[in-house]
Design a protein around this ligand. Structure first.
Ligand code: UDP
Length: 380
């Protein structure tokens, strides 16, 4: 049984669900919690996944505790009726940790996809760093995306035998999607794609950036739009009203800023492939953009994804307004600095992570061999 509730989880478990559906030895049941609503449904549609159960927990402005409580309460009867042999959760959302706990309470083994990411700071990202650590304490099988994440788990006392390095399933999802070159539903974006102009693609939503930091992001974008009238800034705005209230007022009346609704995943991957520079505080975008050779500036103080920083395509720049303006300006005006970062690397996977996950889950449940650990190669 795979349980998930937000857009990033849906993207990253979709290839695993597809592999489970095709498995000879396993049956697949899917449960969505609905922690996100439209953004989640969009991804399920794209991958052709029809959830078997929908816990429908979404509530505007729900606190983290309310989300966790609702998942625990509503998942338990589903676990009772379906009696899954294992429960698969992904990543570090409140949905994933609450679902893991609900399974653990019933003695059902938990499989953790994307296990072992650590920023080293329990408050950043918040609440994700705590969520992922809690899930690691109760998981039976840890599917680590990279050898670095495996080392993090071993350091915390997880038995190496319970860890498989699979690569990150986000690369499977990206490769399944990006080549299809999804048409944009917003005709402005289609015109933009035709124009061939340089694009600064921006996403922001991190809880620890809410408030002052996000206001600064809005001001920085407005300054960049005025300095580079030939560059188009594209901002698919996260649905959370807290994010919109902080950023969007600064962008009013700027003709080279396009604010859109969240893009469907196919459209977003196409926009990523068209972008010149990516400015983001997202986890998943940090993993996808390097595969497409796009420089990524990350508006966070730390990252649990050091591999692409080491490879040189991702740079941590924090959320200071001046720094954002300076770093983007350098990439847009210094060709050598740009080329140094714009190298396609694949530190996060080879597109076969879901197959390794399915094999390893089968092994956990008594059939076949475990997958071999994936070893990263830099494909420059
Ligand atoms: N994404 C999307 N549409 C958008 C913005 C992002 O489909 O308008 C995808 C993106 O490709 C990535 C995922 O959403 O796979 C990242 O989600 P988010 O930034 O919300 O969460 P995080 O990865 O930080 O947990």
């Amino acid at each position: 049984m795979t349980v998930y509730g937000t857009r990033p989880e849906a993207i990253k478990v979709a290839p695993v669900i597809k592999a489970l559906e095709e498995s000879d030895s396993l049956d697949s049941v899917t449960v969505v919690t609905g922690q996100h609503r439209e953004m989640l449904d969009q991804v399920n549609e794209l991958f052709g996944i029809e959830p078997d159960h929908d816990l429908d927990i979404f509530q505007h402005g729900a606190s983290l505790s309310t989300i966790v409580a609702r998942v625990l309460e509503r998942l338990d009867p589903v676990l009772e009726s379906e009696k899954p042999a294992a429960v698969v959760v992904q990543g570090d959302t409140s949905t994933s940790t609450a679902a893991a706990l609900a399974a653990f309470h019933r003695g059902i083994p938990v499989v953790h996809v994307e296990a072992g990411l650590r920023s080293g700071n329990i408050n950043s990202p918040f609440p994700e760093e705590a969520n992922r650590k809690i899930t690691s304490q109760i998981a039976a099988l840890h599917l680590a995306p990279t050898s670095t994440s495996k080392e993090n788990l071993v350091r915390e006392g997880v038995a190496a035998d319970d860890i498989v390095v699979t690569g990150n399933t986000v690369i499977d999802a990206l490769l399944m999607t990006v080549e299809k070159k999804a048409p944009f539903t917003d005709t402005n974006l289609e015109d933009l794609a035709d124009s061939g102009c340089r694009i600064l693609l921006v996403t922001t939503h991190r809880r620890e950036n809410w408030g002052g930091a996000m206001e600064g992001v809005g001001r920085a974008l407005a300054r960049l739009a005025r300095t580079f009238p030939d560059v188009e800034i594209v901002l698919p705005a996260h649905r959370n009203p807290v994010v919109r209230r902080a950023v969007l007022p600064h962008l009013d009346g700027l003709s080279n800023v396009t604010v859109t609704e969240p893009l469907a995943y196919g459209e977003f991957t196409r926009m990523l492939s068209l972008a010149t520079v990516v400015l983001t505080d997202s986890g998943g975008v940090q993993e996808e953009a390097p595969s497409l050779g796009k420089p990524v500036l990350v508006m966070r103080e730390n990252t649990e994804r050091p591999e692409a920083v080491d490879a040189g395509t991702v740079k941590l720049i924090g959320t200071d307004e001046e720094r954002i303006v300076d770093e983007v300006t350098t990439l847009l005006s210094d060709a050598a600095a740009y080329e140094a970062m714009a190298q396609a690397v694949n530190p996060y996977g080879d597109g076969r992570s879901a197959a390794r996950s399915e094999t390893s889950i089968g092994h956990l449940l008594g059939s076949g061999e475990r997958a071999e650990d994936w070893e990263m190669e830099f494909a420059r």
